[in-house]
Ligand binder design. Structure first.
Ligand SMILES: [Fe+2]
Length: 163
């Protein structure tokens, strides 16, 4: 996978600053499933694998609680900007996509660039872990809405799989 992220160092950094339960519903295990979902879809829809991976790491990294925290996506993107060129590299275009995906991922948006849509869906496909069945009406991409993606993703989230 991407060699443009110093993953051991990035994960260590994110863990050290994470305010919540690292193994909890918004922690590293969940991020691993978001990444897995995103990479599966990116194989088919040409979304940026690099942005999808970065999104998995950053979108909830700056959550302050496990409930309502409307600014957390903005904080996640800010952290990504701080760590760019230290723990990962990204082009301006990749950063623009990552920023939009982080900012908007919990706002219910559906229309966006395919990479941003894939990030949204990677996140939404894991909602069953908190007892919410992903509704295809609120998914963006054909990949996420397909039964072959949706049903296994629900299964992974219910079983709290780690990748
Ligand atoms: Fe989030």
């Amino acid at each position: 996978m991407s060699q443009r992220i110093d993953k051991p160092a990035l994960i260590r950094y994110l863990r050290d600053q994470f305010c919540l339960d690292w193994q909890g519903i918004h922690g590293i295990r969940y991020w691993s499933r978001v990444r897995y979902n995103g990479l599966l879809m990116a194989r088919e829809n040409d979304a940026s694998v690099h942005v999808v991976e970065l999104f998995a790491f950053f979108h909830d990294a700056r959550r302050f609680n496990d409930h309502r925290d409307p600014e957390h996506g903005i904080r996640g993107a800010e952290l990504a900007w701080q760590l760019k060129d230290r723990l990962f590299e990204a082009t301006d275009h990749e950063m623009a996509l990552l920023t939009e995906a982080c900012h908007e991922h919990s706002n219910g948006l559906i229309e966006a660039d395919i990479t941003v849509q894939t990030c949204f869906d990677a996140d939404r496909l894991d909602l069953a872990r908190v007892g919410i069945m992903p509704n295809p009406f609120y998914l963006c991409t054909d990949q996420a809405k397909s039964t072959s993606m949706l049903m296994p993703a629900i299964e992974r989230s219910i079983r709290l799989k780690v990748y």
